[in-house]
Write a protein that binds this ligand. Structure first.
Ligand SMILES: [Zn+2]
Length: 89
């Protein structure tokens, strides 16, 4: 069955109004922590998630590694949507 990420906490950790870049740290229900990087178009206000990095507090829920992996990249969009809703962006 496909992994279904569920964001339980999301916090804006940086926000640069000059270039539109901002970062949100999220905690997933499975205890993985990730940092998402977003780009806000300064003209239209449209928000695009560009990167997701797992913070190495817990082994990855998908591959079980406790170091670098790229599993979360496939779930960037659903995690980003939930993060934006929770963080109120
Ligand atoms: Zn992984």
């Amino acid at each position: 069955m496909a992994y279904q990420p569920k964001v339980v906490e999301a916090e804006v950790v940086s926000d640069n109004p000059k270039n539109g870049l901002f970062e949100i740290n999220v905690v997933l229900q499975d205890r993985n922590h990730c940092r998402l990087i977003f780009e806000r178009d300064l003209n239209t206000g449209a928000i695009t998630p560009t990167h997701i990095n797992r913070l190495y507090k817990e082994p990855c829920s998908i591959c079980k590694k406790d170091f670098l992996c790229n599993c979360m990249t496939a779930y960037l969009q659903p995690i980003a949507d939930q993060a934006l809703a929770i963080a109120g962006k």
